[in-house]
Write a protein that binds this ligand. Sequence first.
Ligand code: SF4
Length: 374
Amino acid sequence: MDLDRLAELIAELREPPYRVGQVWRWLARGASSWEQMTDLPLALRRELAERLPLSTLSLVAEARAADGTEKALFHTHEGKPVEAVLMRYRDGRRSLCLSSQSGCPLTCTFCQTGRMRFGRNLTSWEILDQALHFRRREQPTHAVFMGMGEPLLNLDAVLTACERLPELGISHRHTAISTVGWLPGIERLAREGPPVRLALSLHAPNDALRSELMPINDRYPLAEVLATCRDWWRRRKRQVFIEYLMLAGVNDRYEQALELTKLLRPREAFCVNLIPYNPTDAPYQGSSRRAIEAFRRTLEQHGLRATVRVTRGRDIAAACGQLAARTTASGETSAPQPSPVSDGGSSGSRPSARARAQIPAIAAAVARGERRGA
Ligand code: SF4
């Protein structure tokens, strides 16, 4: 629901401004139609139903996994794909994975979203409408910004959405923002953001490998990113989650676990989350369970807290960008596009040196709101 547009309409209809709050409260409690908003005059409900859609997003495809995970693919009003996931856990947690952008300009080589054409930053209402979609089914308890896009390149909209998530039942403490290490964003979040959790997608224990996997590392190398995370920990007094995707033969060796233990200091500032890889079209395979467990044990033996993420929704392509790519491949939406920083191909290999050199400038322009994508 575009609350800005709603406020304009309410003013145009000479209704009191508090009507906006009434509508929002209904939506936050899971209302799925104007008719349900019974404290609004009937004539107003009818007028609004004709002039304003309940969501800024249209649902295009849905999938439900055997483990209860649900994934939704939406389109924005101009047809840009957006994905969101609801993960159901046995202990009762209901966690939403939200997208902050359609596509992503950062082209991490293992990521399906990074292989799509960058669309644009989502508005705060488009972010909230992903959450409201699932709120109509049940009460979510947690939210993570780990869907499509780099949230810190769209920080204003993400912060506005975060401010409203508690009204859906998701506290700031149960909200995590994940970044590949966009330093200006981490610094701003530490200074002025709400008390949300910070997760850093690390995925490699040294600069050479990290730059191979994530071109953004060329702009913000490990030492700088981790120093900023330590500042976050000191300032916020909250551990930083380290997300580490387990890629067979790439970053899962014993020596690499040892390297990681030297990097992540002080120990108490970090908690490592090892993530089994959901295979995509990218040229990587996930590490075996045994390799993941051995890696975890090495970290623990050296004093680092490390957990293995429970895999959810593997049978429905729950990793970010996968449903959009599959739906595209089956012809339901537009064809996959080369990334704005690729040389025209979408073969899945890393971007060329020329293309990589453009990434920081493009990302900076996106963060400043000067580039809208394709
Ligand atoms: S991993 Fe995140 S930052 Fe990297 S390309 Fe995918 S969505 Fe973008």
